[in-house]
Design a protein around this ligand. Structure first.
Ligand SMILES: Cc1cc2nc3c(=O)[nH]c(=O)nc-3n(C[C@H](O)[C@H](O)[C@H](O)COP(=O)(O)OP(=O)(O)OC[C@H]3O[C@@H](n4cnc5c(N)ncnc54)[C@H](O)[C@@H]3O)c2cc1C
Ligand code: SF4
Length: 453
């Protein structure tokens, strides 16, 4: 350990720009076993492990780094999977620079954090290759829990409940499990086989999965309350935000989730996407990670020109710097301090978008009396999300707050037997925090059901 003077930081390498913009495959190549061992050996093994505090799951990072450096992959696999429901996924898509790696002592002192995410991903990926398995052998208890939504919050809850012998059934309205892991985050960031492998693993160990099953429409809450000892709600927050502009529902104006989901579904079915950016000028409005996923998806669809317009400056962008840099590298054109004013249409077709120029006065956004007209064939809005309307939950007394998010007290809802977590409580957030909610909600559920944890 402590070989940070001997070895420089090395992270997963990107495929070259020219190669990667013509396909939807992941852009990062995994670290080799040899590289992972070397990189893990850079860890200082600090007395106070700041990295573990920076990780929402409180993963035992210094422990598994030491195991990897000592080539004890089996122990690293075991302890990495103890606190996390899918470390190989988080290793790829967590904004590490803002979490574990951002507070690594080597980052703070030398600007060269241990490549924690890449090593975390290596441990479980390599462990699966070695044939290591996860333990779902807890004795069965006579309790069953229904989970609504198969996103990271739902899958995490299923994982931890099953480890305690509880029977689990997931109800998912989509045709595939995974929530935004499947139909939000594009394949070039997270290969869908990685998500499906975890889902299959849970099914092989007894989880029931009901796809195309929307609770409130195909299945009633009354039935679930009758048939299960507890219900966990992890329905996310994917309701789009509209600006109220004329023409914003034109056939060539899309909300980010409609665009990303349509493109991903076409890839699953091996067919051409019904939303096609090829040879078009695509304008994406927004400056977060979802906007970056949209511009990079349009690029891969061979758009003629992809522009991203954001109402504040580059330094104010809310998403990950890494994803912004990737978009710039892939040829996306960014303009700042522009806010949408009107969508211009001729003979039913979009021609351009008029943007009001803005500036910052301190942290306050000021709208100027100047405009810019930007040509567009397709406009995609990536302006954030709210929790869907849920009359089926409102009517039985599952309360929301003034922002439309569910109220939760230690993962309990305002109604007996119903628990919740993930984006439907927090608002649009991160996979790792949805995973945390699933793990911690499990503790509350087990306690309430009288199951020893
Ligand atoms: C485009 C995009 C990119 C992102 N990229 C990243 C990233 O790189 N890293 C990161 O950490 N986070 C990222 N996020 C955020 C992250 O995906 C979410 O925070 C996380 O998925 C929330 O998990 P969840 O389980 O709460 O909800 P979701 O993942 O939204 O899952 C909710 C599930 O519930 C289902 N559902 C809803 N209503 C019902 C119903 N009535 N009956 C049955 N099923 C229902 C939905 O179909 C869905 O499958 C991204 C988000 C988006 C939109
Ligand atoms: S889950 Fe995320 S924050 Fe935690 S160790 Fe893994 S990459 Fe870092």
């Amino acid at each position: 350990m402590q070989k940070f003077l001997e070895f420089d930081r090395r992270d997963r390498k990107k495929r070259g720009r020219k190669e990667r913009i013509y396909d939807f495959s992941e852009i990062y190549k995994d670290l080799s076993p040899k590289q992972s061992v070397k990189q893990a050996s850079r860890c200082v093994q600090c007395g106070i492990p700041y990295c573990a505090f920076g990780c929402p799951l409180g993963n035992f990072i210094p422990h598994w780094l030491k195991n990897v450096a000592d080539t004890d992959l089996k122990t690293a696999f075991k302890i990495s999977n103890e606190t996390s429901p899918f470390p190989e996924i988080m290793g790829k898509i967590c904004p590490h620079d803002k979490l574990c790696e951002g507070v690594c002592t080597l980052e703070v002192d030398l600007d060269s954090a241990v490549s924690i995410g890449s090593i975390e991903q290596y441990i479980t990926e390599e462990g699966f290759k070695e044939g290591f398995s996860l333990n779902y052998n807890a004795p069965k208890v006579d309790k069953k829990v229904a989970i609504i939504g198969s996103g990271p919050a739902g899958l995490s809850t299923a994982t931890f409940l099953m480890r305690h012998g509880v029977s689990v059934s997931i109800y998912e309205k989509e045709d595939r499990a995974g929530g935004l892991l499947t139909y939000g985050i594009p394949n070039f960031k997270l290969d869908k086989t990685t998500v499906q492998r975890r889902v299959s693993m849970l099914q092989e160990n007894g989880m029931e999965l009901h796809l195309n099953s929307e609770v409130g429409k195909d299945i009633s809450m009354d039935d679930l309350l009758k048939d299960y000892d507890a219900i966990f709600i992890g329905i996310g927050a994917s309701k789009p935000i509209y600006l109220g502009l004329e023409n914003e529902k034109n056939e060539n104006c899309f909300q980010s989730m409609d665009f990303l989901t349509t493109v991903q579904k076409a890839q699953f079915n091996n067919e051409k996407s019904s939303i096609d950016s090829k040879n078009k000028t695509v304008v994406v409005i927004g400056g977060g990670d979802t906007a970056m996923d949209c511009v990079r998806t349009a690029t891969r669809q061979k758009a003629n020109l992809v522009r991203c317009l954001y109402r504040r400056g580059e330094d104010d962008m809310p998403g990950s710097k890494k994803e912004f840099d990737n978009a710039v590298e892939e040829g996306v054109n960014f303009s700042f301090f522009l806010s949408p004013k009107s969508i211009n249409v001729q003979n039913g077709k979009i021609t351009s978008i008029t943007m009001t120029k803005t500036k910052l006065d301190g942290s306050k956004l000021v709208y100027l009396d100047e405009e810019e007209i930007i040509e567009a064939d397709i406009i995609i809005f990536a302006l954030g999300f709210k929790v869907e309307d849920t009359p089926f939950l409102d009517k039985i007394g599952v309360d929301k707050d003034e922002r439309g998010r569910f109220k939760a007290n230690n993962y309990k809802s305002s109604k007996d037997k119903i628990y919740l977590g993930g984006d439907c409580v927090r608002g649009a957030d991160l996979v790792v925090r949805a995973a945390l909610d699933g793990r911690e909600a499990t503790k509350t559920i087990l306690k309430e059901l009288g199951v020893e944890s």
